[in-house]
Design a protein around this ligand. Structure first.
Ligand SMILES: *Cc1c(COP(=O)(O)O)cnc(C)c1O
Length: 404
């Protein structure tokens, strides 16, 4: 373990001044148990061996690194993709859900509990639960259930109990409350599984560790393909798990620039039109941890957020990203809905890969970087495939032809 990983987070879960655990005492007792168990179990030979087998035979890892020949020729530079879209279920989320599921099994838990917004985390967790033979309870707002029908069907097929949340605005925020309530009724037999590098300690650490495989593989593969390291590595940032996964593989390589791309949505100038919490937020506590939060109207009250990519519309961000921003080790920037759409059509048409709208934010930034840096290489974490987005894109934007 290098000094970076030894130092961050601290024993009580702080990344610099971010992270930690700001939760009621009953919940803190449970989190302490999970932290202790995680530190012993995750270092055991059996756990490591079993997770390695799962990654290889169930998830289909390692996922490839792919060189975009056509786009590199056309735009300039050298553009590479880490193909998390080829991970089982079509995105990076399964990396931490399988880790959380395996931990639950070692802890003797019977049930996995979580909330889901658009349903991506719910599907990944339901997949893990089916694999391990655990019960799965996914809390989801009624509004989201109506909007995200295919993911609701997937979760049910996988055996999950989808609990409709019918109070308040009936979306993600209420689903979080409902899931926590259910978890607190029976913490002995269940475990709450967070969907990104967010939430109270130890989740930002655990989820980062489970996603670290992406960066380890990518670094090795890139070196083998090119004989050198990439000049720049980039990823989209919602909560920040796919970005932490790939960044953590290069964090000690000082010559490799790291760039996180947040959603600028329709406009950065208007509250509620974007979700660029690292670029525009201020420090505060949300959902049990300290991070940069969009809270321009009232301190502690998260602003409404928006992105064309529902996986990116979170008003805070992972505490490790907050620290890396302050340290200057990672640069955080944004891509708008329009830039994201252009990248979505461009990768589909030029390379034969339909990307998730989330990942298209990182692609958009990488394409512009390639245009401006003809001698440089950029590695993009292609966090997921775009099949889930095609109906939405077709309905709202149609089949667009590229102008160049
Ligand atoms: C959920 C999701 C994201 C955003 O989550 P992070 O924790 O920021 O990685 C990005 N890409 C895809 C494909 C997703 O499903």
């Amino acid at each position: 373990m290098t000094s970076y990983f030894k130092q961050h987070p601290t024993a009580d879960g702080f990344f610099g001044e971010y992270g930690g655990s700001f939760i009621p005492p009953v919940l803190q007792a449970e989190m302490d148990k999970i932290t202790q168990a995680y530190f012993s179990i995750s270092k055991s030979h059996n756990f490591i061996t079993e997770l390695r087998q799962i990654r290889k035979h169930f998830q289909g890892r390692p996922t490839p690194v792919y060189f975009c020949k056509t786009l590199s020729n056309q735009l300039g530079g050298r553009i590479y993709l880490k193909r998390e879209d080829l991970n089982h279920t079509g995105a990076h989320k399964l990396n931490h859900c399988m880790g959380e599921g395996l931990l639950a099994k070692y802890l003797g838990k019977k049930r996995l509990i979580a909330e889901t917004g658009a349903g991506q985390h719910g599907v990944a967790l339901a997949t893990a639960a089916a694999y391990f033979g655990l019960e799965c309870e996914i809390h989801m707002g009624e509004v989201d259930i109506a909007k995200e029908h295919p993911n609701v069907v997937r979760m049910k097929l996988l055996g999950a109990n989808v609990v409709p949340v019918t109070h308040g605005l009936k979306t993600l925020k209420e689903a979080v409350d409902s899931a926590f309530e259910s978890y607190l009724k029976d913490p002995e037999n269940s475990i709450y599984c967070i969907g990104s590098v967010v939430g109270p300690h130890p989740f930002p650490l655990m989820v980062r560790d489970f996603q670290h495989i992406v960066g380890i593989e990518a670094r090795e593969q890139f070196l083998e393909m090119t004989g050198e390291l990439p000049d720049t590595v980039t990823a989209c940032v919602g909560g920040g798990s796919n970005a932490m996964g790939i960044f953590s593989g290069f964090i000690d390589d000082e010559d490799v620039a790291l760039v996180g791309v947040e959603p600028a949505g329709r406009s950065l100038a208007k509250v509620g039109d974007h979700a660029a919490s690292l670029s525009q937020g201020t420090p505060g506590v949300l959902h049990g941890f300290r991070s940069y939060i969009l809270q321009s109207q009232k301190a502690g009250e998260p602003d409404p957020v928006y992105s064309i990519a529902s996986g990116l519309d979170y008003p805070g961000s992972g505490p490790e990203h907050c620290m890396l921003k302050d340290l200057g080790r990672v640069t955080y920037t944004t891509a708008s809905d329009e830039e994201c759409l252009d990248a979505f059509y461009r990768l589909s048409r030029r390379e034969g890969i339909i990307p998730a709208l989330e990942s298209s934010h990182a692609l958009a930034w990488a394409f512009q970087y390639a245009r401006e840096n003809s001698t440089k290489s950029v590695l993009v974490n292609l966090s997921g495939r775009g099949d889930k987005d095609i109906d939405f894109v077709l309905e709202h934007y149609g089949i667009r032809e590229l102008q160049d």
